[in-house]
Design a binder for this molecule. Structure first.
Ligand code: GLA
Length: 735
């Protein structure tokens, strides 16, 4: 909901529990007065008068009654005259770099619209508020667009730049959102890591200066996620204010928090300015990606719930089949070493265990028997497959499973027909030897003909066989930035043009193949962001399938992204990456934190292990809607014991998972307090390990807690299901 106050000078953007208040000063500057818990009132302009100038030197000067630097400017430009970190910076033909934006009107829109060429959060109930700003000297116009998702307690922000003057200029920096908080003493929470260790949670107290998390890799990368939260209390689960931003973008990004000398914190997110610029000719426009803004006054838990509900409702676009299938993937089972017989033998085991989809990973095309060839040559290797893909897919479907396929369409191997015929399609600087990574180069997706080649090649394969799933991989970052199709003055546009090209490809393919479920992957979670999720509603969270490692990775990933978007697999023991031995039970418990899959050679397992997998899949199918649609409560997310639970929105059902990492002698298992239940009702609690059932009230489960089992050995995991019982008066049953 949007309220226009103070004769059109104050704008109150409201969701159910949050408010953002913008205000136009007499000088025409727009201020970011407030973002936080919902407030009521019919005037807020007094906040500007309440700001006490830090120094007597800041008297009246120029055309304003104040120095901008001490005020919460909504969208500050470089050097005018606010000298803190700017939200944008433009360079004009005459070499000047000053842009002075003043209020130029506003517009309310009942319906939020899709951003041209960019993934956008959409919902029939979302409204949009547009604020127009203009520089009257250069005739540059900015539209700040705010999306308001009232019921979901979320907002979005993006920027459109229009060159209405008669000279070109370049945008060197253009943040999607910039927020001014009139306080300091906050902490920054980020998700960082590396390949095999994605999305580890960090919390760092901010002090005067600039703190950034960002990437210049052409993707978010494994080491940082386009997310940052400012918190009053660090990683506090259920307490304190949180202001969080997540960028709907899959390229190089920047999230930045600046604490200034006057106890304010400026917080922004957008395309990474390093290596970026965009030239706008007269009449041209540029759209920034959008940023999602979530505020919570009840700690990280509420923030997570708001992100998850928003993304489930407005980002993960409806796929023909809403429920992601339990899949069996060939990668860790066989790597490149397979033939038709071994694939069918694996698939047969998968089908009898209850898997719903068989995924043929890398190695099915060109002459690909290792990582060093054939990317770009998307033609089936009939010799290796013992026939066509269609025949293989049909045989697998005959076993009762769907068939899915791996691609890495953004890449090219120097040893490929594609590279031999189009070396200039690879990103590399003429005359220099490019850096190979995993023996491959990145295709120049800024070029239309490259985009069309990929669309055509993937479409041809998908149309040739009954394929209902695609794993879309991207195994290296971009180096040697140069496009032979862009002029010298536009080379810094390559990164963003690449991403626009990728989005165009994904738009076309997902539109045409609406029955195909696309799963994103970038050597695991190297490109886990809302931009990818818009097209591909699930992402492979990490190449690290070790269940103990996954505890950290999944806890971090699920802080922002819902369970239904996380691919999580049970793999072999010892684990191929860490060498750690772990019981099948704990591998099952951790993989059930998201979309369950299997990625190991089932044919080599003992009969009891096959039985256990069958039981896991059967159990998962019974509870998956709770995991995929429920609210996540982190019960213990650090230390030797980990526990989490999912609860359906109506609080009727829940699943609790518990993992104890190392066994410790002479200790007594404690109790686990649950959350999110209905205190006044009785729940039937089913212990999956012992098969026993208990009846307990929601209030006792939440305050007294569930007695934990003793368990044996290292890496112990178990689960409980809870069903709310309507008929039984709880007073008789709590024993
Ligand atoms: C990447 C992916 C893996 C697998 C391999 C295949 O590393 O993350 O899951 O698909 O590529 O080469």
């Amino acid at each position: 909901m949007i309220e226009i106050l103070e004769h059109g000078r104050t704008f109150h953007l409201k969701t159910r529990h949050t408010s953002r208040i913008l205000h136009v000063t007499e000088t025409g500057h727009v201020m970011d007065l407030y973002w936080g818990s919902r407030v009521e009132g019919d005037a807020f302009g007094y906040m500007i008068k309440d700001i006490k100038k830090a120094s007597y030197l800041c008297g009246t000067d120029g055309d304003g009654a104040f120095r901008l630097e001490q005020y919460p400017v909504l969208y500050p430009g470089w050097g005018n005259p606010d000298l803190r970190s700017p939200a944008f910076s433009f360079c004009y033909e005459d070499g000047s770099r000053i842009t002075d934006l003043r209020f130029d009107g506003y517009e309310l829109r009942q319906k939020k619209e899709k951003l041209p060429g960019l993934p956008t959060l959409l919902d029939s109930g979302a409204e949009a508020f547009r604020l127009f700003l203009r520089d009257s000297v250069k005739q540059v116009c900015l539209t700040l667009e705010f999306g308001i998702f009232e019921k979901l307690d979320a907002m979005t922000q993006s920027v459109r730049v229009e060159n209405k003057g008669d000279q070109p200029f370049t945008a060197d920096r253009l943040m999607s959102a910039c927020v001014s908080l009139m306080e300091d003493g906050l902490q920054a929470v980020t998700l960082t890591g590396a390949w095999g260790r994605e999305c580890t949670r960090n919390s760092l107290p901010l002090c005067q200066g600039i703190f950034q998390t960002g990437s210049t890799r052409g993707a978010g990368g494994h080491g940082q996620n386009p997310f940052m939260a400012l918190t009053q209390k660090g990683l506090e689960e259920r307490d304190g204010q949180i202001w969080a931003v997540n960028l709907v973008y899959s390229g190089s990004f920047l999230c930045e928090a600046e604490v200034d000398m006057h106890q304010n914190t400026r917080f922004m997110a957008g395309i990474q300015p390093e290596g970026f610029s965009w030239r706008l000719e007269p009449g041209e426009s540029f759209y920034s990606p959008e940023a999602v803004l979530i505020h919570s006054d009840r700690g990280l838990e509420e923030m997570t719930h708001r992100f998850h509900r928003l993304y489930r409702a407005c980002l993960l676009r409806s796929h023909e089949r809403r429920t992601p299938p339990v899949l069996l993937n060939s990668w860790e089972a066989a790597y490149f070493d397979f033939n038709k017989e071994t694939l069918l033998a694996l698939a047969k085991e998968g089908a009898s265990a209850g898997a719903e989809l068989f995924v043929l990973d890398d190695g099915w095309f060109g002459r690909r028997n290792g990582a060093d060839s054939s990317l770009g040559d998307w033609t089936e290797n009939r010799k290796k497959l013992g026939g066509s893909l269609k025949e293989l897919a049909e045989e697998i479907r005959g076993l009762g499973m769907e068939f899915g396929l791996w691609f890495e369409p953004e890449m090219v191997s120097p040893d490929s027909c594609l590279y031999r015929s189009h070396p200039d399609w690879a990103i590399q600087v003429p005359g220099r030897r490019p850096q190979l990574a995993r023996d491959q180069l990145v295709l120049d997706l800024s070029r239309r003909e490259v985009q069309d080649y990929i669309i055509e090649a993937v479409d041809r394969v998908l149309s040739s066989a009954p394929i209902t799933y695609v794993k879309w991989d991207m195994n290296r970052n971009i180096t040697d930035w140069y496009s032979s199709a862009l002029g010298a003055g536009c080379q810094k546009e390559l990164g963003h043009r690449y991403i626009l090209g990728l989005y165009r490809i994904l738009e076309k393919l997902t539109e045409k193949h609406r029955n195909v479920l696309f799963e994103g992957c970038a050597g695991g979670g190297g490109r886990f962001d809302p931009g990818i999720l818009y097209y591909m509603p699930q992402i492979w969270a990490s190449d690290d399938t070790d269940p103990i490692e996954r505890l950290e990775i999944q806890t971090g990933t699920a802080m922002v992204y819902p369970a239904v978007s996380m691919g999580c697999h049970v793999s072999a023991s010892p684990n191929h990456m860490t060498g750690r031995l772990s019981p099948l039970s704990v591998r099952g418990v951790t993989a059930m934190e998201g979309n369950l899959g299997y990625e190991l050679d089932l044919t080599g397992l003992a009969q009891e292990e096959k039985e256990e997998i069958r039981r896991q899949i059967h159990f998962y199918k019974e509870i998956r809607s709770i995991i995929q649609e429920g609210d996540l409560y982190r019960l213990r997310s650090a230390g030797n014991e980990r526990a989490w639970m999912y609860v359906t929105e109506n609080r009727e059902q829940a699943v609790v998972s518990y993992v104890r990492i190392l066994s410790r002698p002479n200790t007594v298992p404690g109790r686990l307090r649950l959350y999110g239940l209905d205190p006044l009702f009785t729940y039937q609690v089913q212990d999956q390990e012992s098969g026993t059932a208990l009846l307990r009230t929601g209030s006792s489960l939440m305050h007294i807690g569930l007695a934990l089992p003793k368990g044996t050995g290292d890496f112990y995991g178990t689960q409980y299901t809870l069903v709310r019982s309507w008929n039984l008066p709880c007073t008789h049953l709590c024993g």
